[in-house]
Design a binder for this molecule. Structure first.
Ligand SMILES: Cc1ncc(COP(=O)(O)O)c(C=O)c1O
Length: 424
């Protein structure tokens, strides 16, 4: 299979997107094509018949690619059984405990709380930590962190101004995402009158929305040491980096640390707060929600995702293919000096462009040439294909990036550099 794109947006997509633009509350600007539901492996078709190679994986939520036979079978089997959507904290279904069991086999901890989304997994980790630390008056997160958009999670988020502007926040301190973080944390704890005043520290082992930056080992270990010694709960947010993408079940395993509480979402199809039972509130309903746990189909898909990752040995594949992809990206950056900073942990890969404008321009060119990617941070492009990706698809993606950079080069030679490029 090879990507084949004629016009984006095609006429059918354009009509739907125009309607959406008029009626959607909170305009989020989806990419300019509409999914048809057809696709196989790393490729999907839009409703205009364009065939795209997907290196965005629905923002890391589609780890097994399109129409994986295990997923098709799982959805078919569960669609026959009602209720599909259940009120998961007050009424239960077998899939709920099955999901918890599957998660606990691969996670640090002996309890998991299921919820609808990544942000809610973060909210409930924060609430559990606060509940366990009644003297706490502030939390600690990192510069450029992203933990979600609900107000508690948003208080910890610090990646883009647009996420934060006009929204209230609860008291937070920020740490630099580098080796200095432990020293800064130590100083904050001292200045704030002792460890008992700190409710939690929350960190992404690989920053996602903030630009695909891998935490330094010294930073992660230093933060873990201080929080453990002072009894402060360390929350590791694995919503984007978790469930195998980095070549281990959870990215924090690369650093040899164990969190007190951990969050999962995206690839899991539901949100989950995971940890030792002692960190969760004991009072019934202290943390809860109507739909917690998603639908039985969401749960069954998440359970099957874990089983298929094991069956097809996809952790090893993520590691192998990630190394191959980064090697190709390093080569590409050598040939095209405007692209730089190739990096990755497993299949959580990225490179940088000189400015936000040149990054956005390249993402658009890639899409018109058949490769779907996403920006991250100020000027990074993230490459997060499904875990089933092979060398052939990686070669095709890298060839599309090279062609797009060459197209942009020609375009620039014709028109002269853009204002943003002048400004570098
Ligand atoms: C690290 C991290 N935490 C939390 C979230 C929020 O997840 P959701 O969008 O499912 O609420 C995200 C989403 O991108 C994320 O990357």
């Amino acid at each position: 299979m090879k990507a084949k794109v004629s016009k984006v947006p095609g006429p059918k997509s354009k009509r739907i997107l125009e309607e959406l633009k008029k009626k959607n509350g909170g305009w989020c600007m989806p990419l300019p094509f509409v999914h048809s539901g057809e696709g196989k492996g790393c490729y999907f078709k839009d409703i205009d018949g364009n065939l795209f190679l997907d290196f965005a994986s629905q923002i890391a939520t589609n780890p097994l690619g399109y129409n994986h036979p295990d997923m098709v079978r799982t959805v078919r089997d569960h669609a026959k059984r009602f209720p599909v959507k259940y009120a998961g904290q007050d009424f239960t279904v077998p899939e709920h405990i099955e999901m918890i069991d599957e998660l606990l086999k691969i996670s640090p901890g002996n309890a998991a709380f299921l919820i609808n989304s990544g942000a809610e997994a973060v909210e409930n980790a924060l609430k559990s930590a606060m509940h366990a630390r009644p003297g706490g008056v502030y939390g600690v997160s990192f510069e450029m962190a992203f933990h979600g958009r609900t107000l508690g999670a948003l208080s910890c988020t610090n990646s883009k101004l647009v996420h934060k502007t006009r929204f209230w926040s609860f008291p937070m301190h920020r740490l630099p995402f580098d080796e200095a973080a432990p020293v800064v944390l130590d100083e904050i704890i001292r200045r704030e009158g002792g460890a008992e005043n700190c409710s939690f520290v929350i960190v992404e082992p690989v920053q996602g929305e903030g630009g695909y930056h891998i935490a330094p080992k010294l930073m992660m270990r230093g933060i873990r040491k201080i929080t453990r010694e002072r009894g402060i709960p360390l929350i590791v947010d694995e919503v984007q980096s978790g469930l195998g993408r980095t070549g281990k079940w959870w990215a924090h395993e690369h650093f040899g640390i164990t969190p007190d509480l951990m969050t999962a979402g995206k690839a899991l199809q539901v949100g989950a707060t995971i940890g030792q039972r002692k960190w969760f509130p004991k009072e019934p309903s202290s943390i809860s929600s109507t739909w917690g746990g998603g639908s039985t189909i969401d749960l069954a898909m998440g359970i099957q995702t874990i089983r298929t990752i094991k069956k097809e040995k996809l952790l090893a594949r993520c590691k192998r293919m990630g190394k191959y992809l980064v090697k190709q990206l390093v080569g590409l950056c050598g040939e095209h000096p405007e692209a730089y900073g190739a990096r990755g942990l497993g299949l959580m890969c990225a490179f940088d462009m000189p400015t936000k404008e040149s990054r956005d321009h390249l993402v658009e060119h890639l899409m018109h040439n058949g490769l779907v990617t996403l920006g991250a941070g100020h000027n990074s492009i993230r490459l997060i294909p499904p875990y089933i990706v092979g060398k052939e698809e990686i070669d095709e993606a890298v060839a599309i990036i090279k062609k797009s950079l060459a197209d942009i080069h020609k375009e620039r030679a014709r028109k002269g550099p853009s204002f943003a490029e002048h400004a570098i």
